[in-house]
Every structure is written in structure tokens, then in C-alpha cells.
Design a protein around this ligand. Structure first.
Ligand SMILES: Cc1cc2nc3c(=O)[nH]c(=O)nc-3n(C[C@H](O)[C@H](O)[C@H](O)COP(=O)(O)OP(=O)(O)OC[C@H]3O[C@@H](n4cnc5c(N)ncnc54)[C@H](O)[C@@H]3O)c2cc1C
Length: 509
């Protein structure tokens, strides 16, 4: 099931085997921490000794330099060790991508070896009591005082709160309206545990993350040096966005190994459970359910590594990271529910991992941007992509007597730019797409002329009641269509009529 992908390099393939073996050797120990609700410190230390925390860190800073792909490989396997996967994930997110992309050489020398060694865990601190999905609305403030910054405020829902040593935070450094409008009011900082005034406020009792602390932290006049500022003052939003692509991807990939374990469990279980004198794997509904789970596991895994490759190739896969994050958590929820259904009552007990996946999946649908926010990103960024916004023009094809997508020039091209001809173009479009408006550029493409010339004609035709315009907020014409009178003025009624061959003339009127 969890094959290596052909585009992985040899080192990535090697770490995949290595970390798999490590996970299988330590599975039992991880379960003991889960059952005892104990933070798995000894296991985290073992992961650190293996160097896995350095998966995404360049070799010159003591890492394994396996990129986003390598980080996903490690996260997916460590996810099978439950808390360890979460700790690894969040520690990766607390500065790695942000420092690699925005840190100075000195900051890279300071922080990256620490991240790679994994001796100190990291926490990522975006969310606040009044800043959730609206992550730009942070209240935690950072005020410059000489060579230092003074931090005040609270962060909440911080995974690894308390057990982590470094906290990558986003604070507001400006209240100016114009700067806020351009998202220039946020700056990112690294804050170490132990700074005066920095304290832990609360640990949340959650639906999942059983033995991973998640909580509130408090900054009460915490002083940090300017060297702890990552990226330029006011560039925190960009730092956050760059970090979030990586975060969403790793948060997605961490489910991959769990899916594999669940499928393994389902085959084992259903071949041994007998009802109505048949093993349950013989029931079509059970086979159907397992097939669905396998499909979702494979699709989400493939998509995660596709997204990782884009990141490794230096792309900014905003849409892909959101899709990876969204489908992995949605599929995890579906897989959890379906697994429980196939296991029956046993699936609802904590003795089997199905209910655990379901609880984790629900967290997955909220954390690092809710599913609704991922959809917003997917829509907004895709709406700007030229790839999805190529103009599509239907033209009337006399040979088939139907409108078809065509690259041919309009039959109106080259006619004089007069009110009469422009109206004809717009009315002709009713014959092609009766319910749609035309953009001014569509009209221009069909007949030619300059934008200003056409705009004047549109205004004149509108005054005469021959067309209707749709305008944007400042009042610019963005769409036009013919009115009923406009259609009548442009062409006779028959021009717009269309009947299939089989339709009897006697039935027309
Ligand atoms: C277990 C756990 C671990 C976490 N770990 C961390 C961490 O380590 N670091 C960190 O900084 N944060 C962390 N978070 C916080 C997490 O990222 C936020 O909970 C999440 O971004 C949502 O914010 P919120 O909870 O304030 O919900 P809200 O933003 O209040 O959202 C409530 C609802 O409104 C919807 N909504 C909001 N805005 C829109 C919109 N524009 N369009 C449509 N729907 C919208 C949401 O989708 C949601 O359904 C964690 C959260 C949990 C539960």
C-alpha cells in the first residue's frame, strides 16, 4: 500500500524504510504513553537521536536535507506513533520553513541546528482568543524598545504548549489603518521558554491529542532581542503564509501512516470475525467500505506528495496545500466513521484505533485553517489563475446550426463601429448564450474598436433602452446585454428561433 513514489530520491527512499522500521520497533511503547496519558518524552528523545527532526533542515545546519517530501515521509510514519507524530509535526512548523525563507544567516546558524537536533521542541503560535480564522487580527503586540522588543498578549490552542522550548509567534507591530489594510502590521518572532513574563496559562481538555498538551500562553512585558525577529518588520503575514503552506502539507501527510494501519487492521479483523456463518469480509457492504477506505488513503497520499514536490521545486502551492490539508482531514473523518461501522461495537472501544482516528480527524478539520477557510483559499486563488480563466467564445456554426466553441473570428469583425453594429453584436450573443451578459472585451473582440469608443456607444445604447449594463462599484461598465427592445431592433424574430429537425412545422407559431 505505502509504496515509495518513483520521483523520491535515494535518500528519501532510504529514510522511508528507516523510519518505518523505527516506528514498528517503537509502536508498543507509543501505545503505553497513550494509555497512561503521558507525554512521550523518552520516545521523542529517540526520534531526536535518529535525526528525524532534521528531515527538512539543510545538511549544512546539521539536517538530513530531505525537503518537504522527506518531512512528509517522516511525519506520515511518526503519525503512527500518535503523540510523537503531533510533536514532530508542530516542532517542524515552529520556524523551519519561516527561518529557511526569511531568516538571516546568523538566525539560520542559531536556530536550524536546534530544530534539526530535536533536543528542544517548538510550538507555532498564531491563534489568539480573538484571532482564529481571521489570523491577521492578532492583538498580541510587540513594541520596539532600543534593541529589544516588548511583547504583551495571549495565544491559545497552542500545540506543544509547556513542553516546547521555542515559540514561533506573530505579533502586531502597527495599528495604522493603511498598514493594516495591506497586512503590513504583523511581524514574526522567536520566543524562548524562560524569558521573564512568559508563562503557561491553561492546558485544554480536548476531543483528541490525548497525551499532547495544547493550551494558552501569556506574554506579560516579555523582552526579546531584535535578533529574535524573523523577517522584516511588517512582513509577518508573508512569513505566516509561507509557513502555512508547509504546515498544511505536513498536517495532511501525518494521517498517511494511520490510514495504512487501519486498512491492515480491517483485513485482519474482518477475516476473523464470523457472523451468519460467514467471515464479515465476505459481505459486499464490508468490501465496499474497505475499497472506499483504500481509495481515499491512496488519493490523499498521492496528493500530499504531489504538493510536497511542488514545494521542493520552489513553487508556492497555496491551492494544493489547502486541498491536501482539506482532503486528508475529511478523508480521515470518513475513514474513521467507516472503519467503526465495519468493526461494529469493537470499533467504538479505545482498544482499537478507529475511534482515535475519528477524534483526530475532527481536529484536522479545524486546526491550521478550517475546511471552510481551505475552500475559500482554493476558490480565491484558483479564480485568479490564468489557466482556469482562458476566455471561452461560442460562435454560431451554420454547418451544424448550433453554437460551438470556436477560435474563428466573429462575423461582425471589421464592420464600422456604429451603435447599430454594436447592438447587433450584443443581440447576436443572445442567440448564442441567451442567459449571459457579454464583457466589453467580448464585444471588442467580436467587432474591434477602442475601449473608449465602445464605452460611449454602450452608454448611448443604454440611454435609448436598447441594452442593460452591469457596473462595478466605481461605476465602470463590466457587463452588457440587449433588452427586449434591443433584440427586436437588431434582428427579426426569426433570427433567434431554433427548432430541432424532428419538430413539426405545423406545431410552430
Ligand atoms: C487541537 C488544536 C490544535 C491547534 N494547534 C494550534 C497551534 O499549534 N498553533 C496555533 O496558532 N493554532 C492552533 N490551533 C488553532 C486553530 O488553528 C484554530 O482553531 C482554527 O484556525 C480556527 O479558529 P477558531 O477556532 O478561532 O474558529 P473560528 O475562526 O471562530 O471559526 C468558527 C467557524 O466559523 C467559520 N468561519 C470563520 N471565518 C469564516 C469565513 N471567512 N468564511 C467561512 N467560514 C468561516 C469556521 O470555518 C468555523 O466553522 C489549534 C486548534 C486545535 C483545536
Amino acid at each position: 500500500m505505502s509504496e515509495e513514489f518513483f520521483w523520491w530520491n535515494d535518500e528519501q527512499k532510504a529514510i522511508y524504510k528507516d523510519v518505518r522500521n523505527f516506528v514498528e520497533d517503537n509502536f508498543e511503547e507509543a501505545e503505553e504513553y497513550f494509555w497512561n496519558t503521558k507525554f512521550p518524552w523518552p520516545l521523542v528523545k529517540k526520534v531526536a537521536e535518529k535525526g528525524y527532526f532534521g528531515a527538512g533542515v539543510p545538511k549544512k545546519y546539521g539536517g538530513l536535507e530531505l525537503g518537504a517530501t522527506g518531512s512528509c515521509i517522516v511525519a506520515a510514519q511518526l503519525g503512527r506513533l500518535y503523540a510523537v507524530g503531533h510533536v514532530f509535526t508542530v516542532s517542524m512548523l515552529a520556524g523551519l520553513e519561516q527561518i529557511l525563507r526569511f531568516g538571516t544567516d546568523e538566525q539560520k546558524q542559531t536556530w536550524l541546528p536546534k530544530i534539526a537536533k530535536g533536543e528542544e521542541l517548538g510550538a507555532l503560535c498564531i491563534t489568539e482568543p480573538f484571532a482564529g480564522s481571521d489570523a491577521a487580527n492578532v492583538f498580541t503586540s510587540a513594541i520596539k524598545d532600543g534593541d529589544e522588543w516588548i511583547l504583551n498578549g495571549k495565544k491559545r490552542f497552542i500545540t506543544g504548549a509547556g513542553v516546547s522550548d521555542r515559540y514561533f509567534i506573530y505579533a502586531k507591530t502597527s495599528d495604522e489603518k493603511d498598514i493594516r489594510k495591506q497586512y503590513g502590521h504583523i511581524t514574526s518572532f522567536m520566543v524562548e521558554k524562560g524569558r521573564e513574563g512568559f508563562s503557561l496559562e491553561k492546558i485544554n481538555p480536548l476531543i483528541g491529542f490525548d497525551n499532547v498538551p495544547n493550551g494558552y500562553i501569556d506574554f506579560d512585558h516579555v523582552r526579546i532581542p531584535d535578533s529574535n525577529r524573523i523577517g522584516a518588520i511588517g512582513n509577518g503575514w508573508n512569513v505566516m503564509m509561507a509557513g502555512l503552506n508547509f504546515e498544511r502539507l505536513i498536517g495532511a501527510a501525518v494521517f498517511g501512516g494511520l490510514f495504512e494501519d487501519v486498512i491492515n487492521l480491517l483485513f485482519n479483523f474482518t477475516k476473523r470475525r464470523v457472523q451468519f456463518n460467514r467471515t464479515t469480509n465476505q459481505f459486499p457492504g464490508v468490501q465496499d467500505g474497505i475499497a472506499e477506505i483504500i481509495t481515499k488513503a491512496k488519493v490523499s497520499r498521492l496528493y500530499s506528495y504531489h504538493c510536497a514536490k511542488l514545494l521542493d521545486d520552489g513553487k508556492e502551492p497555496m491551492v494544493e496545500a489547502s486541498i491536501a490539508k482539506m482532503i486528508n482531514s475529511e478523508y480521515a473523518r470518513d475513514i474513521g466513521l467507516k472503519t467503526i461501522q465495519i468493526l461494529g461495537g469493537d470499533g467504538l472501544t479505545k482498544f482499537l484505533p478507529a475511534e482515535r482516528i475519528l477524534r483526530e480527524a475532527k481536529i484536522g478539520e479545524i486546526v491550521a485553517g478550517t475546511t471552510e477557510i481551505q475552500k475559500m483559499i482554493i476558490y480565491r486563488f484558483s479564480a485568479m489563475l490564468p489557466f482556469y480563466n482562458k476566455p471561452i467564445r461560442f460562435r454560431w456554426n451554420d454547418k451544424v446550426n448550433a453554437p460551438i466553441i470556436s477560435k474563428k473570428e466573429s462575423k461582425f469583425k471589421g464592420l464600422p463601429i456604429t451603435e447599430e453594429n454594436v447592438l447587433k453584436v450584443i443581440a447576436h450573443d443572445y442567440k448564442i448564450s441567451p442567459g449571459l451578459y457579454m464583457t466589453p472585451d467580448d464585444v471588442r473582440e467580436d467587432i474591434g474598436g477602442s475601449r473608449s469608443e465602445l464605452r460611449k456607444i454602450f452608454e448611448e445604447l443604454e440611454t435609448q433602452g436598447l441594452i442593460v449594463t452591469h457596473r462595478d462599484r466605481p461605476g465602470k461598465i463590466v457587463l452588457v446585454k440587449a433588452t427586449y427592445t434591443g433584440l427586436q431592433n437588431a434582428f427579426p424574430k426569426e433570427y433567434y428561433q431554433w427548432f430541432p429537425d424532428w419538430y413539426e412545422n405545423s406545431d410552430k407559431f
